[in-house]
Design a protein around this ligand. Structure first.
Ligand SMILES: Nc1ncnc2c1ncn2[C@@H]1O[C@H](COP(=O)(O)OP(=O)(O)OP(=O)(O)O)[C@@H](O)[C@H]1O
Length: 310
């Protein structure tokens, strides 16, 4: 599979302040790739360099095979991208329909196609009834839905979405996430920044975590969870319940109601020991399960639980 995005040693200084520090990664075609980090970590700066809005201090960016540092190639790449910036900005004095039409014209689409696609998108985002209302009267969720609709007008191959669900009502956030997933099914690639672990966990095939301008981890959500050393527990309950149990691979054993909660860095070894222990002591295992950490646990552990530049 080809790469939709390739960033090599991407670096950005604002004056003497190093905001993005030698970041390298690639995003495969048809992947939903999450870019996760606390406030001020460098997510927006990175997405702006990837989309050609901001020139890197050094490093290389290729998007859809185009060199984003070459002006001519950048224009061709941008024709095939849909972008929702951090502060999404449909014009408030235009209606929803007018904003979509304007965007379609910017992409150079034929008039009849703009009309057809706009109606389709207004319906998809549940904005059709409001098509002739000025955006000034729209809620934040409606504006964000419209912004994504505008990014979708020319049916791009690749989306860049900066915090698309941040601060939205539940219904708008859900709708946006569903449409992102639907677009992936249609073969599209999505690069999405977020500081919301739950969203990233739910949406993304792979996640990069950025901290103080540096990439500190990049993997699937499930594999990232295994990076956590502190938060893996095995819960077991036996009949009869032993008053004491010795498990050499456990780092801590606690009684929790009718279960034993066993903290471990090696759940595989611990589970095998529990089964052996039960057999040797003629105990029946009533339940046995592994509690893996949430992506949030891992995130807090890796980034230290603080916003970057507080
Ligand atoms: N134009 C600028 N001039 C100077 N410093 C800037 C500028 N833009 C961003 N910064 C700083 O660079 C760092 C990274 O900012 P950036 O907006 O990329 O972070 P972020 O991860 O997107 O954060 P947030 O989640 O708050 O949007 C921050 O410390 C920010 O204050």
């Amino acid at each position: 599979m080809k790469n939709a995005i390739e960033a090599v040693n991407l670096t950005k200084y604002y004056g003497s302040f190093l905001a993005v520090d030698g970041v390298s990664f690639s995003v495969k075609e048809n992947e939903i790739f999450g870019f996760l980090g606390p406030n001020g970590a460098g997510k927006t700066t990175t997405i702006r360099m990837l989309t050609g809005v901001l020139k890197p201090s050094s490093g290389e960016v290729r998007v859809l095979g185009y060199d984003m540092l070459n002006e001519g190639e950048k224009i061709r790449a941008r024709e095939r991208m849909g972008i929702v910036p951090e502060t999404a900005n449909p014009y408030v004095d235009l209606t929803a329909m007018q904003n979509l039409k304007l965007m379609g014209e910017l992409y150079g689409m034929p008039k009849t196609e703009i009309e057809k696609r706009s109606i389709e998108l207004l319906k998809l985002f549940d904005l059709y009834e409001k098509r002739d209302t000025k955006v000034r009267g729209f809620s934040k969720g409606m504006r964000q839905r419209l912004s994504l609709a505008m990014a979708m007008i020319a049916d791009p191959e690749l989306y860049f979405l900066d915090e698309p669900t941040s601060g939205l009502d539940v219904i708008s956030a859900r709708m946006i996430k569903e449409i992102i997933q639907e677009e992936r099914k249609n073969g599209k690639t999505v690069f999405v920044t977020s500081h919301n672990m739950a969203d990233v966990n739910e949406l993304c095939d792979r996640v990069a975590i950025i901290r103080r301008g540096k990439l500190i981890a990049i993997d699937t959500p499930e594999r990232l969870k295994t990076l956590s050393k502190k938060h893996i527990f095995v819960e077991a309950s036996f009949e009869p319940m032993p008053s004491e149990i010795r498990i050499s691979s456990a780092s801590k054993i606690e009684r929790k109601g009718d279960k034993l909660r066993i903290q471990t860095e090696d759940p595989d070894a611990t589970i095998k020991e529990i089964v052996r222990y039960a057999e040797e002591n003629k105990l029946r295992i009533v339940s046995l399960k592994t509690l893996t950490p949430s992506l949030e646990d891992v995130f807090v552990e890796l980034v230290g639980g603080k916003n970057e530049r507080d």
